[in-house]
Design a protein around this ligand. Structure first.
Ligand code: GTB
Length: 216
């Protein structure tokens, strides 16, 4: 069954691969599944037929035959369940890798994503500095804990898994903040993820969308 995902017609990140279609593209590249991309304007995302696929009018979505999914974490999990390469087969290792998927999305991503939003939307507000300091404190605590957990390991728990894929996409958002560099093992971890051939193919594909939109 052909797979179709959705992505921004023109990503506000100008091709940095920060939108959440990147993690879906990367997962599909890791497991060697070809996919089509339907590009959407902000207007089209908020209208039918897209709303029938995504109740919140966002990207990414995933279609395969009569299956339609939204939520990037659920999509990556689905890909990892259906195809070898992103989850261990040994049950306990698999459960731990799934735990890391949740940790990336529920524990590490929220303050990092909020920080991006505050920087975009609240810069002119009187509470901006205070809010940024509070979020940076939470993020630094998360990074410190994660760094201690990882030590000198290459990946979170044994071999590369969907947990690493999600964690790296989450941590990448801190590029430019200086916070990753406070933990050389985490900076190296992110670089290791970004060096994977599947990551590079996914990154280049989403960048090509932005480049084409800018030329047109
Ligand atoms: N929990 C959902 C998931 O994981 O799939 C969240 C999906 C989501 O936030 N989608 C965003 C979206 O569709 C795009 S990824 N936004 C449009 C809207 O809500 O109207 C978030 C995002 C957007 C922009 C940047 N950027 O420019 O750097 C980065 C990330």
């Amino acid at each position: 069954m052909p797979i179709t995902i959705t992505a921004f017609e023109r990503s506000p990140d100008r091709g940095q691969g920060l939108a959440r279609d990147m993690r879906v593209r990367w997962a599909l590249e890791e497991v060697g599944q070809p996919y089509d991309v339907r590009l959407l304007s902000f207007k089209a995302m908020k209208q039918e037929p897209h709303l029938a696929l995504h109740p919140f009018g966002q990207i990414p979505t995933y279609e395969e035959g009569d299956l339609a999914l939204f939520e990037s974490g659920a999509i990556v999990f689905h890909i990892a369940e259906r195809h070898a390469g992103l989850l261990p087969t040994e049950p306990n290792g698999r459960a731990r890798a799934i735990t890391w998927m949740f940790a990336a999305l529920n524990t590490v991503e929220p303050p990092i994503f909020d920080r991006s939003l505050v920087n975009i939307l609240e810069r002119d507000q009187p509470w901006y500095e205070q809010r940024l300091r509070a979020l940076d404190g939470i993020i630094r605590k998360r990074l410190g804990d994660l760094s201690s957990h990882m030590g000198d390991a290459d990946w979170l728990d044994g071999a590369f898994s969907a947990g690493d894929l999600l964690m790296v996409t989450v941590l990448r958002r801190l590029h430019g903040s200086g916070m990753l560099e406070e933990h050389p093992n985490l900076a190296a971890y992110v670089a290791r993820g970004e060096a994977r051939p599947a990551y590079k193919r996914a990154f280049d594909a989403q960048l090509a969308v932005f480049t084409a939109a800018s030329a047109g």
